[in-house]
Design a protein around this ligand. Structure first.
Ligand SMILES: Cc1cc2nc3c(=O)[nH]c(=O)nc-3n(C[C@H](O)[C@H](O)[C@H](O)COP(=O)(O)OP(=O)(O)OC[C@H]3O[C@@H](n4cnc5c(N)ncnc54)[C@H](O)[C@@H]3O)c2cc1C
Length: 476
């Protein structure tokens, strides 16, 4: 082929980018485009945008970073807004390419887009080639066909660790990336306002902020491994709640593909050789296997990812009570550990893994409210939203996914006392509770009026009354 258009989707990077690499080998001229999908900014059933301002900002930053990198190569990133099946088809025609190279996606809306694009280009003699690249293990290297994927994570992990190999990441060597034709407008990056979103000022309570882009992703990788050696204690710190260093914070970069999981894996292997290999360095790769597991499971079960009855097909008697749901969503349940986590999410677009497990369990198991709403709320708010990880994890916590432990229940009070024993996290996000002793903070309804007055807590005024009475007796 002489000319190829690379359509970037959730793979906003130049390094280890298989469609880009393949295009550069096969074509004399390669152009790179991204279509900001209008459907991603539509409102969902909760009447909130599917993509909120935190993630949209991260996306725009990632596109700008790519654009600047491609400009250094004498080219540019072509940016369009709308439906990829229309915009990418139009662009392919204008550039008179013979092929479109892109990543393979697996979920409903993305597949529908692929199908529509194929239809639009089929009569024009333009071919489309898909490349699998979102996971650590390539789908073709799994020791079983996806339809036989184990339903239990440990079985999956043991099998891939024993029988499969991770492919080496591809370096970026610029070849055949062509300048844009003179009369072709590269396209402006929209503002958040143009996407129908409001710019959110950085919360003064945020302990870190994310900036999108491949350059930032590689910086974070370098920081987390080589500059700080934080990876060497990851297993001990990963369940903490406050600050930028207790976990890798790779998730938004992975979700947008600003970094590839293979690139992280290769760097960890190098770190293990040159500095230290321990259970923490292993554990980071272990977590990336969870990410793979959710993606392959979504591939195996298709649209069941979005079914209320989940992969298991389990019928749940859950309510759609919008009053309690919105109290949960806004962090106004009167349960400090839940509210602190939800307020972090609302103020920053991020929440720790420990926090996510607890707020999800609380919504489903304590409030008996539908998990689908929780997943939709997360989809809108999370800066690192990933369709398979989000919906898969929600199913897992709700008990309709691939959890071998029937009826997993997170006891919120025990969890709070275990993972936030000094109540630093709660006090950080709920300043109204700052004078309450850590031992009492998860038991506000047991405090006398005198004690509440002494600590400056006015229930129903500066802190909400609890919407449910939690007991500490159930297992955590
Ligand atoms: C209800 C719920 C919803 C979630 N939604 C998302 C989501 O939309 N996007 C997302 O990336 N993660 C999601 N997670 C998983 C996990 O909470 C985040 O990946 C993690 O908190 C991100 O922070 P980190 O990068 O510092 O993680 P680290 O602890 O540093 O882990 C490293 C990487 O491993 C992967 N990982 C770790 N835990 C998981 C997991 N349980 N499932 C899948 N991958 C994992 C992520 O890619 C992460 O970046 C969800 C978890 C729950 C319980």
């Amino acid at each position: 082929m002489k000319k190829i258009l690379v359509w970037l989707r959730n793979d906003l990077r130049l390094h280890d980018n298989i469609p880009l690499h393949e295009a550069m080998q096969k074509a004399e001229k390669v152009w790179v485009a991204h279509c900001i999908e209008s459907r991603l900014f539509a409102k969902n059933q909760l009447d909130i945008p599917k993509t909120g301002a935190f993630r949209a900002k991260f996306l725009l930053e990632s596109l700008l970073d790519l654009r600047l990198q491609l400009r250094k190569q004498g080219s540019d990133l072509i940016i369009r807004f709308g439906k990829p099946e229309t915009e990418i088809a139009k662009m392919a025609e204008i550039l008179q390419v013979e092929g479109i190279f892109t990543s393979k996606e697996i979920t409903q809306e993305e597949l529908a887009t692929e199908e529509a694009l194929e239809k639009n280009i089929s009569s024009k003699g333009i071919k489309i080639e898909y490349f699998w690249q979102a996971t650590l293990f390539h789908i073709n290297d799994l020791p079983f066909p996806v339809c036989k994927l184990p339903d239990v994570f440990t079985d999956f992990r043991k099998a891939v660790e024993k029988y499969a190999e991770i492919r080496k990441p591809l370096a970026f060597t610029c070849k055949n990336i062509a300048p844009l034709p003179e009369n072709l407008f590269a396209g402006n990056l929209p503002t958040l306002k143009e996407l129908g979103l409001e710019e959110k000022a950085t919360s003064p309570q945020a302990t870190f902020t994310f900036k999108g882009g491949e350059s930032e992703a590689l910086k974070r990788l370098n920081y987390y491994l080589w500059e700080s050696d934080l990876i060497a204690s990851y297993k001990k710190t990963r369940n903490e709640l406050l600050g930028k260093d207790y976990s890798s914070k790779f998730s938004p970069y992975l979700a947008f593909g600003c970094i590839s999981p293979r690139q992280i894996w290769q760097e960890v292997k190098k770190y293990e050789k040159e500095r230290i290999a321990n259970e923490s360095t292993y554990w980071l790769i272990f977590e990336l296997l969870w990410r793979d597991f959710f993606r392959f499971t979504a591939k195996k079960y298709g649209n069941r990812l979005f079914y209320p009855s989940g992969f298991k097909g389990e019928k749940l008697a859950l309510l759609k009570n919008s009053e309690t749901f919105w109290k949960w969503a806004k962090g106004e349940t009167g349960i400090p550990f839940i509210d602190a986590n939800m307020r972090e999410l609302n103020a920053t677009g991020f929440m720790s893994n420990r926090g996510r497990q607890n707020v999800a369990s609380f919504l489903v198991k304590d409030l008996k409210t539908h998990w689908i709403w929780g997943a939709m709320y997360f989809e809108s708010l999370l800066i690192d939203y990933d369709v398979c990880s989000n919906w898969g994890n929600w199913q897992y916590v709700a008990g309709v996914g691939n959890d071998p432990r029937e009826n997993r229940y997170f006891n919120i009070i025990s969890q709070a006392e275990r993972y936030d024993s000094q109540a630093e996290f709660i006090k950080h996000w709920l300043p109204a509770l700052q004078n309450v002793p850590a031992k009492k903070i998860n038991h506000l309804d047991e405090l006398s009026a005198k004690e509440l007055a002494e600590y400056g807590v006015k229930i129903g005024s500066n802190y909400p009354k609890n919407i449910i009475k939690l007991k500490q007796t159930q297992a955590s």
